[in-house]
Design a protein. Structure first.
Length: 94
């Protein structure tokens, strides 16, 4: 998962998975987005998922990610997905 910092440079983001910390979140992507948008105050989070991985895409869609475009990398087909802070905030107020 990647995020864009205030200087608009993509940064790779890796968090340790600790089960006690994600009990309140519906899913791991929800947990990460809450941290990224509230603690780090990011404006956008994006990721690449393999084009054939429909289960991952469905999970990311449920968390608010939208498909942006197809990407080819290293002979593999990916889908670029992103979620913007305003869209995520709207989904949290429901």
């Amino acid at each position: 998962m990647f995020f864009v910092s205030s200087d608009q440079k993509p940064q790779k983001c890796v968090f340790p998975m600790i089960s006690d910390q994600i009990q309140g979140a519906r899913s791991a992507p929800d947990f990460f987005l809450a941290i990224l948008f509230t603690t780090l105050e990011l404006d956008k989070v994006y990721l690449h998922t393999l084009s054939w991985n429909y289960r991952a895409q469905a999970s990311f869609n449920k968390s608010g990610f939208k498909s942006v475009r197809d990407v080819k990398r290293g002979g593999q087909d990916f889908i670029l997905m992103e979620v913007l802070r305003p869209d995520w905030e709207k989904s949290q107020s429901k």
